[in-house]
Write a protein that binds this ligand. Structure first.
Ligand code: ADP
Ligand code: ADP
Length: 225
């Protein structure tokens, strides 16, 4: 079953008076429980593609389905809801809130849940602690990010990406700021998360991190292979 399906995706940016075609009719399918790595040179369209798959932007042309729903023409409010319900995000720079402990960083995304998904404070804390335990940081629950190593910070970010039970995780160069030991550990953790059934879509420059994943190469706005 496909989780992400993009058909003939175009993304055109208007820069001054010229048009830049970042995506040029790109097709992409990611199935449930896959681990996909996206590679490609700088300027090839990786960030643009990730923004579309992540529901942060919509294509200029083409149809994009996320979790079976066409998001191409969604309003911002619908996109926001779709993101919260379907997607966990991980970034190269971790993007943790510096004043909050590991537990509270992980609890944070649950505050935005609405309707029947809404949780009271004690349920949120319980779920946050569960996710911090899953990533192996039970002993760092009360640490703020500046007291954690890079690898530990990324583990907290992974815990945060998991709290709302996403259908897939989007990881934008998750090991770009880590040394090789931490890189190996983070990739292993992402495989563990994937083995539990969560689809992972990762942009990476490091071919070592793509072992046992399906590699998609993007060049000049199209998938090469
Ligand atoms: P952008 O975010 O502007 O689209 P890229 O995704 O191409 O940039 O690159 C993100 C980071 O990775 C940058 O800091 C860049 O210097 C670095 N980078 C780009 N290409 C490579 C490469 N082939 N190998 C290693 N690092 C790279
Ligand atoms: P990558 O992530 O592979 O480096 P990008 O998706 O960032 O590639 O960029 C693809 C192309 O689109 C590049 O030519 C880039 O300069 C252009 N581009 C990206 N974002 C914008 C923007 N906001 N405005 C204008 N051009 C952009």
């Amino acid at each position: 079953k496909s989780l992400v399906k993009g058909e003939k995706l175009w993304k055109t940016y208007n820069l001054d008076s010229t048009e830049v075609h970042a995506l040029k009719g790109l097709d992409i399918t990611v199935d449930e429980s896959e681990f996909v790595s996206i590679m490609g040179p700088s300027g090839s369209g990786k960030s643009t593609l990730l923004n579309l798959i992540g529901g942060l932007d919509t294509p200029t042309r083409g149809d994009l389905y996320i979790g079976g729903r066409n998001v191409s023409s969604m309003k911002d409010s619908e996109l926001t809801k779709m993101r919260a319900e379907n997607i966990g995000y991980i970034f190269q720079t971790f993007n943790l809130l510096p004043a909050l402990t590991a537990r509270d960083n992980v609890e944070f995304p649950m505050r935005n849940l609405s309707g029947n998904k809404k949780l009271d404070k004690s349920s949120r804390i319980k779920r946050a602690e569960e996710c911090v335990e899953i990533v192996g940081l039970g002993h760092r629950m009360n640490y703020i990010p500046s007291k954690l190593s890079g690898g530990e910070r990324q583990r907290v970010a992974i815990a945060r990406s998991l709290v709302n039970h996403p259908k897939f995780i989007l990881a934008d160069e998750p090991t770009g700021n880590l040394d090789s030991d931490a890189t190996g550990n983070i990739i292993e953790l992402l495989h563990q998360v994937n083995d539990e059934g969560t689809t992972v879509i990762m942009v990476t420059h490091d071919v070592e991190t793509t072992k046992d994943t399906r590699v998609m190469r993007i060049k000049d706005g199209l998938i090469e292979s």
